[in-house]
Design a protein around this ligand. Structure first.
Ligand code: FAD
Ligand code: EPU
Length: 339
């Protein structure tokens, strides 16, 4: 366990925001957990950092930052029907997806190239190209630093929803996820329902998982900025979910509106389309801007701090509210600041 004061976090968040942590602990070994809980006493604010790809960090972070870097992947067991694979929380998500695919443990390929760590994947139930992590997750192993106990959550107990889980709410927030177990079916069925995959030339059902993984990576590289080159946190807003009645009203007024019908008869609106219609694509405000190929992505145009990102995000959300009467909710987690 490394304990560092005044730790620079600007390279530990993909938005590349200037940020300094008053107190920083790196968690590299499960044995460190007891020592860490000695520091995380009730009432002492702390924050668990993974790959920093879904956070907006303030310039000065006063919470103790616990940086999860636990490593290790193993096949727990194999049955006639599936593989049960466990990965430590600090494993890099994309590397884990590639490793599983190479081993013949298929099912995660639609989630390739999502930045960040395995431990953060269940927190917002990461999703892309027709699959969410909840569709492949068996259970989550978490450590409660306040009671110094390990807790295991099965899929149902994680209370997954669109970009949501128990780990974002009162009864799960603050738990340190140390490992995640995935149940990957031996009978692999490609998921090619997402429009981008349907339109992707050369992809038809029956193809190998590696081909799906490659296609997803190519589509993502076309649309999304590489955080190593341009600071960003992926989609900055969640796609808002509205009632069928609200959707049909909007559809009448804006026939081009993009939406996906949900199983409970509600509709998920494409926030990117609405932001695009407000003319934000490629625009800049202060040290932040909107990506030229995906209006849902806010970028650091150079030297941005949290205030720059918040200013542009508020301006965007204000315009969408004015034009469409729809509220946008940010996807990233704000640390030491709010929205
Ligand atoms: P961080 O940003 O470090 O943390 C995010 C949240 O998880 C925080 O609340 C943190 O406290 C919590 N957390 C992290 N690790 C732990 C742990 N071990 N225990 C408990 N809590 C923890 N997301 C999608 O869903 N789909 C996408 O397609 C997608 N595409 C993206 C593309 C780009 C270019 C970028 C930059 C981001 C994208 N994201 C996407 C968002 C992001 O990659 C995911 O949310 C990812 O899971 C965040 O992982 P992280 O390790 O970076 O978490
Ligand atoms: N669109 C526009 N203009 C834009 C952006 C999008 O018109 O500038 C339209 C597209 O043409 C498309 C629709 O909006 O018809 C949806 O766009 P896209 O397929 O790119 O998906 P998204 O809704 O913008 C969501 C996730 C992404 C995920 C992709 C693929 C959210 C908030 N975002 O984006 O996740 O990778 O679908 O499944 O749900 C993330 O969470 O960080 C993230 C990148």
């Amino acid at each position: 366990m490394d304990f560092i004061q005044q730790k620079d976090l600007s390279r530990l968040n993909t938005l590349g925001l200037k940020s300094l942590a008053r107190n920083y602990i790196s968690l590299c070994n499960k044995k460190d957990l007891t020592g860490i809980s000695g520091l995380l006493k009730p009432g002492v604010p702390y924050f668990i950092l993974g790959g920093g790809s879904n956070v907006v960090l303030s310039e000065q972070v006063d919470q103790i930052v616990v940086h999860n870097q636990l490593k290790g992947i193993c096949l727990v067991r194999e049955s006639d029907t599936d593989w049960l694979v466990e990965a430590a929380a600090g494993e890099i998500w994309h590397d884990f997806v590639v490793y599983c695919t190479q081993q013949g443990w298929y099912g995660l390929e639609n989630l390739a190239l999502i930045p960040g760590t395995v431990g953060a994947a269940p927190v917002q139930n990461i999703g892309a190209y027709g699959v969410e992590v909840k569709d492949r997750l068996d259970s989550v192993v978490a450590y409660d630093p306040l009671t110094q106990t390990e807790r295991i959550f099965n899929n149902e107990q994680c209370r997954f929803a669109y970009r949501d889980s128990i780990f974002k709410h009162e009864d799960g927030k603050g738990l340190i996820i140390t490992a995640v177990r995935f149940r990957l079916p031996k009978q692999w069925v490609p998921v090619l329902s997402y429009p981008d995959l349907q339109q992707y030339e050369g992809l038809q059902s029956g193809l190998a998982a590696q081909a799906v993984l490659d296609a997803v990576c190519e589509i993502r590289r076309r649309k999304l900025p590489d955080p190593k080159v341009t600071g960003n946190a992926g989609s900055f807003f969640k796609n808002p979910i509205v009632s069928a009645q609200h959707y049909w009203q909007l559809k009448e007024q804006f026939p081009g509106i993009v939406a996906y019908e949900q199983p409970n008869n509600s509709y998920k609106l494409a926030a990117g389309w609405m932001i695009d219609q407000c003319g934000w694509k490629g625009r800049q405000l202060g040290n932040a801007g909107v990506h030229a190929r995906q209006a849902l992505v806010i970028i650091n145009t150079g030297n941005a701090c949290a205030a720059d990102i918040i200013a542009i995000a508020k301006a965007i959300a204000g315009d969408v509210r004015q034009k469409f009467g729809v509220s946008l909710e940010p996807e990233p987690v704000f640390v030491g600041t709010g929205f």
